[in-house]
Design a binder for this molecule. Structure first.
Ligand SMILES: [Zn+2]
Length: 361
């Protein structure tokens, strides 16, 4: 990829909002380059997925744009060890209030273009990861700038329990006639979290930004966090294979199938062929006939009708000798006779090794 570094160079230097259409156009250009005028064989989600999910590692430029800008926001965190000069300027234009606070405040619109853009990107990133950032410990209380800045300040640092009214009066020097406001806040937070109340947990991105003062590797770490949160792009394909093979394919077996593609084949060409099989990329006579691109659905090797991908790879009578020869070769090398297995022969599913199971999200 010669073009990607050029785009990466520009994106972090634009603190103003780039519309989603720009990135859609970029993906369209790439699809056009890959497939030309023929129908697209893979969706952009499959192209952009990671290898362990059967994807092709095409960079998601929109995500990179979000992350390269969002990672700069760590300078706004009140506890940030390094305060950059520009963060002081933005604090001044924001009425001496840290712009970090504005990211969690839904009560008013921002007028400063850079802070407003940061907030838009922050919201998009959190929504893409399905993180409820409004329930963060940094969330503000109804835009109240006078008494409490963050929700976390209402909880005990050690026990993480909600402060009693006596503690709130003592810590924030309030009058005792403010009790009804205390009850109001307690009630509001209970609706969010249920009871008993405990200090909200920050989203993984927020945790990462507050920990990484130097910012090394933040972009790729957030990228991986987002990828893990997305729905599996090949879940439907797995279902089709299970239906065709009339076998149940567990998630562990499917992981083994995708993992083995990248480890079993040293040669890129063989790896690519296996990926194409897993993605059901081939245009079978059955499919061509369905699309009115072929006169019949007969297979030209055996004249069998309704030739599906399973027939071409496994069921065809012309392949029986070929599969038996493969098994003989394996026997001569390994000195162990394997039973012919559909899962192993077509999808390369082997017994899962320890430590290679799917991580629970
Ligand atoms: Zn056949």
């Amino acid at each position: 990829m010669m073009i990607a570094p050029m785009i990466y160079c520009i994106l972090p230097n634009i603190p103003l909002h780039i519309h989603d259409k720009y990135f859609k156009d970029l993906v369209s250009l790439i699809q056009q380059f890959l497939w030309g005028n023929s129908p697209h064989r893979l969706s952009s989600k499959k192209l952009q997925a990671c290898a362990k999910r059967g994807g092709f590692l095409l960079p998601n430029f929109k995500w990179y744009y979000w992350m390269m800008n969002v990672k700069q926001l760590r300078a706004w965190i009140p506890t940030a060890p390094v305060k950059l000069i520009w963060s002081q300027i933005e604090m001044e234009v924001n009425g001496s209030i840290s712009p970090w606070r504005e990211l969690f405040d839904t009560s008013h619109k921002l007028t400063h273009p850079i802070i407003a853009n940061a907030k838009i990107l922050w919201c998009k990133l959190q929504r893409a990861g399905h993180w409820d950032f409004v329930k963060s410990p940094s969330a503000t209380l109804w835009g109240n700038k006078g008494i409490f800045f963050y929700v976390s300040e209402l909880f005990d640092c050690g026990t993480k329990c909600f402060l009693s009214f006596g503690q709130v009066v003592q810590v924030y020097k309030l009058k005792r006639n403010q009790f009804w406001k205390y009850v109001q806040i307690h009630s509001s937070l209970s609706k969010w979290q249920g009871t008993p109340l405990s200090c909200p947990v920050a989203s993984p991105v927020e945790v990462l930004l507050s920990r990484s003062s130097l910012g090394k590797g933040i972009t790729s770490k957030i990228y991986h966090l987002l990828q893990d949160r997305l729905a599996d792009p090949l879940l439907k394909v797995k279902g089709y294979w299970a239906q065709d093979l009339a076998l149940d394919i567990s998630l562990v077996e499917w992981d083994s199938c995708l993992h083995n593609v990248n480890t079993m084949y040293k040669e890129i060409g063989s790896r690519f062929i296996q990926i194409k099989i897993i993605h059901r990329w081939h245009r079978t006579p059955q499919r061509l006939y369905k699309w009115n691109l072929g006169p019949t659905d007969d297979y030209w090797r055996c004249d069998g009708q309704n030739a599906s991908i399973l027939h071409i790879l496994w069921g065809c009578s012309e392949l029986r000798d070929w599969w038996e020869n493969i098994m003989e070769v394996i026997f001569s090398v390994w000195k162990r006779r394997l039973g012919i297995s559909l899962k192993l022969s077509i999808l390369g599913i082997t017994e899962p090794r320890r430590g290679h199971g799917r991580k629970k999200n």
